[in-house]
Design a protein around this ligand. Structure first.
Ligand code: FAD
Ligand code: DLZ
Ligand code: SF4
Length: 517
């Protein structure tokens, strides 16, 4: 019999290891649209459209390249709507000798696959996903004997391994990290060249129709849908980013401007995570832009660090800490997610704008995710699992392996400081410095307490006071805790009361938005 090669929705790479190791003449590629993947968590409509349309285009490309592709559509009446059910039916159709697939990116799916061989009575080969630079075993080796895991040191290993921005043994121009030159607040009127949008073709329009009927109650809008769907479109998106936004990428990396939804970001994460763009190739092209003198070193280094540093690091942390990471709650946070994360109905201008861009674009840039949406959940003590569900639903680039460590580790400190050395907690002053949100907000960012004060201000102190037992020993929080201690008792209780008054007004989301009720 043939080799049966399941290719999942985030494995859309022509160089995929399972394809590279097989011969077209004796292989059947299996691609499956299954409702279970779209409904166990109720993904943003645009994310579902992106994945299903990209799968359909990829299947056509594989056929054109000579592969025999068996493609199961969502509305096929025989569809069992689960990965295992479809692999089993395909095994009955094709009578393979072996099932060969690249390891799924998510713990949930990998666990399932590990049961398939016994249930199918067939060998199931799970092969390493070589689209990542650092294997799971290499990461495990790196963590051995290290008391603390820190991205910066991992990143240097990846620079050495790839040779990116290296002069022999040394980092380009003598420094590993040029962040000190990045991250300015936005000047008045800052605008950026908008990323390329790709109007839906007939295939995408058909999938939009499918999503509007089957998933119409899911969060999110499809009106602005314009994601690159194929490797060729993604290539045009890369070229557009390199030419128009990379040169100033670093400088405005942490800036937020109301209505400027993409600023100088790449907006390439969905295409990278689906497999339409090879991340190492992208980094080489960014390096080449620097070597040709078209972009400053700080921009190129900053961008490459996000990919070979952060992206690889969070994946390593994920596999090294699952399944504990999914249940982690170091700060014992218990509040349900506030309703406005779904409705956008809040008077806080920063949060309202971040939820709006999330709904309209299935996208928000890093600082919106971390310092507005994440920071608010951290300060108010929302249950990490509620927050992780929301982030997994709403972003086109969200897959458990990258979303969960960013949410539980980076944004919420739920892992007790494994991934990052301190909680990313901030008051209104930070948001005011990095954005133009506060000017149009009904709250006053300069006021500390009371009904008109920016809620972030009192919440910040409430967070530190509430978690003092766990956090006061953290060296990087020594300054704020010293300030808190120096404050007179009246002032402290005014902060705490103000925060509590605000917390009382928070309306919880009704159940059923993220997972079927
Ligand atoms: P840019 O800002 O232009 O960065 C370039 C690339 O670097 C991105 O495309 C991405 O591949 C990579 N990158 C940057 N930061 C990270 C990071 N922290 N982790 C992993 N890769 C990174 N990213 C996802 O891909 N999926 C997620 O589900 C996701 N959830 C997040 C949740 C929270 C709470 C936070 C704080 C961050 C999350 N990120 C996630 C990381 C980051 O915010 C997005 O990768 C980025 O906003 C994508 O937009 P971009 O392509 O314009 O990125
Ligand atoms: C997210 C998603 C959705 C909505 N639908 C599908 C699908 O129908 N078929 C498929 O192969 N993949 C889908 N995905 C992405 C998968 O969830 C993702 O590939 C795995 O979870 C990776 O472990
Ligand atoms: Fe956000 Fe506070 Fe600024 Fe309003 S005043 S936009 S709530 S930081």
């Amino acid at each position: 019999g043939p080799v049966l090669i399941p290719v999942l929705g985030d494995q859309l790479s022509h160089a995929l290891a399972s394809l590279a190791q097989s011969r077209q003449a004796d292989s059947v590629v299996l691609m499956m649209e299954v409702a279970e993947e779209a409904t166990f968590i109720r993904h943003h409509k645009a994310k579902i459209v992106l994945i299903l349309s990209a799968m359909r285009h990829f299947a056509e490309e594989l056929r054109a390249a000579g592969w025999n592709v068996d493609y199961v559509t969502l509305d096929d009446p025989a569809n069992t709507q689960s990965f295992f059910g479809e692999v089993k039916r395909a095994a009955e159709r094709h009578r393979p000798d072996v099932v060969r697939m690249v390891e799924p990116s998510e713990w949930r799916v990998l666990n399932d696959c590990e049961t398939w061989s016994a249930r199918l009575k067939l060998p199931v080969e799970l092969i390493e996903d070589d689209r990542f630079l650092c294997t799971r075993a290499e990461f495990a080796h790196w963590t051995k004997g290290r008391r603390e895991w820190r991205m910066e040191f991992f990143y240097r290993e990846m620079r050495r391994k790839t040779g990116l921005l290296m002069e022999g043994e040394h980092p380009e121009c003598g420094k590993w990290n040029y962040d000190a030159e990045n991250r300015s607040g936005p000047p008045k009127g800052l605008t950026a060249p908008a990323p390329l949008r790709f109007p839906p073709d007939a295939t995408t329009l058909a999938v939009i129709g499918l999503a509007e009927s089957r998933f119409k109650d899911h969060f999110g809008s499809l009106d602005a849908f314009g994601w690159p769907i194929t490797a060729a479109e993604a290539e045009r998106a890369v070229a557009d980013f390199l030419a128009h936004r990379l040169p100033t990428f670093g400088q405005w990396q942490d800036a937020m401007v109301a209505g400027e939804d993409f600023l100088f970001h790449a907006v390439l994460s969905p295409a990278i995570n689906l497999g339409l763009i090879d991340p190492l190739d992208l980094c080489r092209r960014v390096e080449a832009e620097y070597r040709r003198g078209r972009v400053p070193l700080a921009a190129a280094e900053g961008f490459i660090r996000q990919i070979i540093g952060w992206r690889e690091y969070v994946r390593g942390v994920y596999w090294q800490t699952m399944p504990d990471l999914a249940a982690a709650n170091a700060l014992n946070a218990k509040r349900p997610l506030p309703a406005f994360y779904w409705t956008g109905e809040t008077d806080m201008a920063c949060l309202a704008d971040c939820v709006r861009t999330t709904r309209d674009n299935a996208y928000a840039h890093h600082i919106q995710r971390l310092m507005v949406l994440g920071n608010f959940a951290l300060l108010t003590g929302v249950r990490p699992q509620d927050v992780a569900d929301w982030f997994l639903v709403v972003y086109a680039d969200a897959f458990d392996w990258v979303e969960l460590p960013n949410v539980a580790g980076m944004a919420l400190y739920a892992d007790g400081g494994r991934l990052a050395s301190k909680p990313y907690a901030a008051s209104g002053a930070y948001i005011d410095r990095m954005s133009n949100y506060c000017g149009s907000c009904r709250y006053n960012v300069k006021h500390k307490t009371g009904p008109d004060a920016c809620p972030f201000n009192a919440l910040y102190w409430h967070f530190l006071a509430r978690n003092a037992d766990t956090l006061k020993g953290n060296r990087r929080l020594a300054n704020p805790y010293a300030t808190w201690k120096r404050m007179d008792a009246d002032k402290r209780s005014e902060y705490l009361r103000s925060a509590e008054d605000f917390l009382e007004t928070l309306e919880p989301a009704r159940p059923g938005w993220a997972r079927p009720a």
